[in-house]
Design a protein around this ligand. Structure first.
Ligand code: SAH
Length: 222
């Protein structure tokens, strides 16, 4: 069975990665500290052990990826996580982003549509205490539907690219809450957006940098 070890080499590489993220413009020290804290190589196949701290995405199976650290830091900074925030994440993937949010003090509800990925990380959670954070709740299902029984959420983060702002998710956001999502436009560009919900249910959209995500896939029934 795989042994999870966080060596001085890993810690050193992580420090370098955090310095890079700072140079790239990430300012929130809490976000940088959490990234410095979490052994990213634990979330990857052991074949990636030596390169896990390169600032790039990696495959996690089923054609999916763990997001690039810069992307994780960027989305997390835009979300401005506060202690006790109730957050919905769409696209559990490797669970790395969920753990970043939980370590910032959030209560995280994360939903994944691919059963194989869901099962793989459930197995990991049972085997390894590290992956079993008490403030992360896991759901297998369609992210376009969200988790209505847990709504309203203070914040929502989407870690795959939807072709539009999912309305059912906006309905699950509290007034004044924010959603951060890479929304694909007509030219197939994925623009990071921060969407803030107004008192009357309408919302404001802010546009940021362009990114590359896997698509947020639609299921047939909803
Ligand atoms: N947050 C993840 C990134 C995963 S990549 C991490 O930190 O590793 C995006 C994930 O979104 C993939 O696992 C993909 O299966 C999932 N996904 C795509 N469309 C979805 C949908 N409609 N509902 C839920 N998850 C979805």
């Amino acid at each position: 069975m795989r042994k999870f070890e966080d060596t001085y080499l890993h810690k050193g590489l992580r420090k370098k990665l955090v310095a890079q993220l700072k140079e790239q413009g990430i300012k929130d020290q809490r976000v940088l500290d959490v990234i410095n804290n979490i052994p990213r190589h634990f979330f990857l196949d052991s074949a990636f052990d030596k390169i896990a701290y390169e600032n790039r995405p990696f495959p996690i199976g089923e054609g999916q990826t763990i997001s690039q650290p810069y992307t994780v830091a960027y989305q997390t900074e835009l979300l401005n996580v506060q202690q006790g925030d109730k957050i919905l994440e769409v696209g559990t993937g490797s669970v790395y982003q969920a753990l970043v949010l939980a370590q910032l003090g959030a209560e995280v509800h994360t939903i994944e549509r691919q059963k194989k990925l869901f099962d793989a990380q459930e197995k990991k959670r049972k085997r390894q205490e590290f992956f079993n954070h008490p403030d992360i709740h896991f759901y297998l299902g369609d992210g376009y539907l969200g988790v209505p029984e847990e709504a309203p959420f203070d914040k929502i983060i989407i870690t795959a690219a939807p072709p539009f702002i999912p309305e059912k998710l906006m309905a699950q956001l509290r007034i004044g809450g924010v959603m951060v999502a890479p929304v694909q436009d007509a030219d197939e560009r994925q623009i990071m957006m921060r969407i803030t919900k107004n008192d009357d249910g309408t919302w404001e959209e802010e546009r940021f940098e362009e990114f590359v995500f896997v698509p947020m896939l639609m299921n047939i029934n909803h």
